[in-house]
Ligand binder design. Structure first.
Ligand code: G1P
Length: 299
């Protein structure tokens, strides 16, 4: 019998420096992909996977995120007056019952591990999800569901994992394992952002995790690691030997919206999935390519 997963933690305090200037005055997690912000996708997946408590670890200048989970009275009234009932209903449908969304401030940008530790009093007993909204994973089954299902089999900690080119391992936490193949691999070590030649494999951690509450006690004591930050990867590595720790090669596509190029790609990929936009976007891309050579460079 495995404990149910009641909480999901969303670290959303970062500055989004790889997407500037878009993120100068709006949170990175409010960047839209097609018609909704990144946070919408992440929270919807957790809610649909049965998670009750949504914990946002925010920082200064992140008020737009809180507003997104609140009633927008003027907007609602305006839509009502103009008879736009469909849009009105869609916006209301996203609202969660009062009290389900909790906000915790990460007062200083000390790393992902520190952000998760900041949520310790807001997380319900038992295992919990951690999802970085800029790692958008899309597919038939959400990553939240896949992690919960994997955890039901293994217990302990499960981290989303994906094979990447060796030249790119320095952007990720990297998994050391005895059994490199298969969907669910036992982890014997984890290294945050190794040099390509020092990486134990090319199996990278994607920032969607299912973690046992024991991780909080580890984070409490933890020193800064790679990049001078308190790394979640190091805390998960410290769980090895005490509790099972697995990597899950999830099914679905990961869209890295933490960089400008990745975010652009995500918009195109998601628009092409969309019945309403697919044909028009394909046509537009083709036309743009044909006329591209003649175009003046962007200012
Ligand atoms: C974080 C994690 C890293 C993981 C990556 C995935 O790094 O620390 O282990 O591989 O997310 O996107 P960040 O991208 O925040 O530097």
């Amino acid at each position: 019998m495995t404990a149910s997963v009641k909480s999901a933690v969303f670290p959303v305090a970062g500055f989004g420096t790889r997407v500037l200037p878009a993120t100068k005055s709006i949170p990175k997690e409010m960047l839209p992909v097609v018609d909704r912000p990144l946070i919408h996708y992440a929270v919807t997946d957790a809610v649909e996977a049965g998670v009750e408590r949504i914990v946002l670890v925010t920082g200064r200048n992140k008020g737009a995120l809180e507003d997104y989970f609140d009633i927008a009275y003027e907007l609602d009234r305006s839509l009502e007056m103009r008879g736009k009932e469909e849009a009105r209903a869609a916006i209301r449908a996203f609202l969660l019952r009062p009290g389900r969304v909790l906000y915790v401030r990460q007062m200083e940008p000390l790393g992902l591990g520190h952000a998760v530790w900041c949520a310790r009093h807001a997380v319900a007993d038992g295992p919990f999800l951690v999802v970085s909204p800029d790692d958008l994973i899309v597919g038939e089954t959400s990553s939240a569901r896949q992690l919960i299902e994997a955890h039901a089999r293994t217990g302990g900690a499960v981290v989303a994992a994906m094979d990447v080119p060796r030249a790119e391992v320095g952007r990720y936490g990297v998994i050391d394992t005895d059994s490199p193949d298969g969907a669910l691999v036992p982890i014997r070590g984890l290294i945050e952002k190794p040099a390509p030649e020092a990486a134990p494999s090319t199996l990278a951690v994607i920032a969607h995790y299912l973690l046992p509450p024991d991780v909080f006690a580890i984070l409490e004591e933890q020193q800064a690691g790679a990049g001078g930050e308190i790394q979640l990867t190091d805390a998960i590595a410290a769980l090895i030997g005490r509790t099972p720790v697995h990597g899950l090669r999830f099914s679905g596509r990961r869209l890295d919206c933490g960089t400008t190029l990745g975010w652009l790609e995500a918009n195109i990929a998601m628009a092409l999935q969309h019945d309403e936009y697919r044909a028009a976007v394909l046509g537009f891309l083709k036309q743009s390519e044909e006329s591209g050579a003649k175009r003046a460079p962007p200012v």
